[in-house]
Write a protein that binds this ligand. Sequence first.
Ligand SMILES: Nc1ncnc2c1ncn2[C@@H]1O[C@H](COP(=O)(O)OP(=O)(O)OP(=O)(O)O)[C@@H](O)[C@H]1O
Length: 242
Amino acid sequence: MTREQNPALKIEALCAGYGRFDVVRDVSLRVGKGEAVALLGPNGAGKTTVLRAIMSLIKNRRGSIRIGDTDVSSFPPHRVASGYAAIAPEGRRLFTELTVEDNLILGAFRLRHEKARVESLLASVYALFPVLLTYRQRRSSFLSGGEQQMVAIGRMLMSDPEILLLDEPSIALSPVAVGIVVKALLELRRRGASLLLVEQRVDVAAEVCDRLYIMTHGEIVEEMTPDDIKHEGFDIINKYLG
Ligand SMILES: Nc1ncnc2c1ncn2[C@@H]1O[C@H](COP(=O)(O)OP(=O)(O)OP(=O)(O)O)[C@@H](O)[C@H]1O
């Protein structure tokens, strides 16, 4: 099947929010297999809410969400997390008292009876982030922000999901750490991963992604490519980001 016929993620007419209020309205988007797509927008636009809806973490949700061949719209969160989607949330949310390796292994909870597969996933995370191998027995609280972000991305990879969701992986990181995260995301792309990246930094999104959706006030208002930005400059996007 071609990428067009069988995307990694296809959202149609999603409405989602909190309590009785929708903060995401009629959102449709697609991430092809092996494609990296960014969701850009100002604070409060509803980007994180889209990611939470994909993971079934909010109850107020309508519309359809397909991951690969499966409609996951009615799945409970643990089922979505069992190999369909994984999220590296904003702020990383590590178990800071646990070691790096224990945090990573928690990401493979669903595969706990498949020891060889867990070992092989762990080896591929350490190949992506060699520094984590050095620090594997170190408590996560002792890591820098950039290293903690590597653990959050690695933990996501440990569930071997069909689509990776990243919520502002560059936030509050030093320029060097942002560079390391960008390099890791490019390497994941090279390995064929499908990514949906929520970002505030247009430069990071344009470097990593094939396509960018712009979201404001709960709706997708524009779709563009990094080439559009290259030709027309950041102004075409900055008018939406405020
Ligand atoms: N748990 C919640 N309960 C009620 N309202 C919420 C909750 N979480 C977010 N909201 C509201 O939903 C709207 C969208 O928030 P969301 O976090 O999805 O935006 P965002 O685009 O990810 O912004 P940011 O970049 O600031 O994280 C905001 O108005 C926010 O105040």
